[in-house]
Design a protein around this ligand. Structure first.
Ligand code: AMP
Length: 281
């Protein structure tokens, strides 16, 4: 496994790979790797000649009061996990390599980045779109792998790929959960035992909402959202940011229950912000 830290070397690696007629699968991550990340990498290894993984905690997708400076890091653990997989190269740039002094070019995604998570994280999706575009230009993948865990992110990325005519297939992989249902996330490392236990309410609420949607007894999405909200509020350590039921492609709010749809939620458990979602079809 090659460890590459500069844009120039990463570019050279990708050009040489393509010159050999091999295709490239790419899984961008922010590190502190867990089984969710590993599933993206596993899919890429299966479906491509060469797999590149990036680890870069992207400052432009964090708000000024968010956890950029204390974001979980596990360099040794990450390298060990990656070396057990068939990863060909790891791209590990530092912030100055990606955002040199004077950097000022951004990808703006418009309204899709202002709803749901974007309502409380105003520049988050512009930061995501900018780093993903830059990483795509550097790595030049044929396929790129993202997790359904960040559902809105997958919608935004598919949109920029479509609208900016990037010649890359976006592959969305299912959410990987702990045995008790908690969606895996690097941020779960912030949770105390008590908070981790409280966080289980999020997946349970999604299952509950999905059951209501499929029961045929509820016609109004608002009723389901209210019931889910009341269900979550029983857990005093959890503060809901939003619970929404939306269409799977454009994320428009659904009023009358129909499928396919996605139930999305964000909540603070203690001080840790977690997101989760469930596709209903
Ligand atoms: P992150 O390191 O949190 O930026 O995540 C990197 C990629 O891994 C993103 O495409 C995430 O959606 C994906 N991912 C994170 N957690 C999970 C999970 N529990 N299941 C599936 N994919 C995940």
């Amino acid at each position: 496994m090659q460890v590459i830290t500069t844009i120039k070397d990463m570019n050279a690696f990708s050009k040489a790979t393509k010159a050999e007629g091999k295709n490239i699968g790419f899984a961008p991550t922010m590190g502190a790797l867990h089984k969710g990340h590993i599933s993206l990498i596993g899919n890429s290894v299966e479906q491509n000649d060469v797999t590149v993984v990036s680890i870069f905690v992207n400052p432009t997708q964090f708000g000024p009061t968010e956890d950029f400076n204390k974001y979980p890091k596990d360099h040794k653990g990450d390298m060990k996990k990656l070396s057990n997989l068939d990863v060909t190269a790891v791209f590990l740039p530092d912030v100055a390599e990606i955002y040199p002094k004077g950097f000022s070019t951004f990808v703006y995604v418009g309204g899709i980045g202002c709803i749901l998570c974007g309502a409380s994280r105003p520049d988050h999706f512009n930061g995501v779109a900018t780093i993903v575009t830059k990483l795509f230009n550097i790595v030049m993948p044929d396929r790129a792998y993202f997790g359904q865990k960040d559902y809105q992110q997958t919608v935004v990325i598919k949109k920029i790929v479509r609208e900016l005519a990037m010649n890359i297939d976006i592959v969305v992989c299912p959410i990987v959960r702990e045995d008790d249902g908690l969606a895996m996330s690097s941020r779960n490392a912030y949770l105390s035992d008590e908070e981790r236990n409280a966080a289980l309410i999020l997946n349970k609420a999604l299952e509950y909402g999905k059951g209501l949607m499929l029961s045929g007894r509820e016609e109004k999405a608002n009723h389901i959202k209210e019931k889910m909200g009341a269900f979550i509020k029983a857990e005093s350590l959890v503060t809901i940011e939003y619970v929404e039921i939306v269409g799977p492609v454009y994320l428009e709010n659904i009023k009358e229950v129909k499928t396919p749809a996605v139930i999305l939620l964000a909540a603070k458990v203690g001080t840790t912000r977690l997101i989760d979602n469930m596709i209903v079809e």
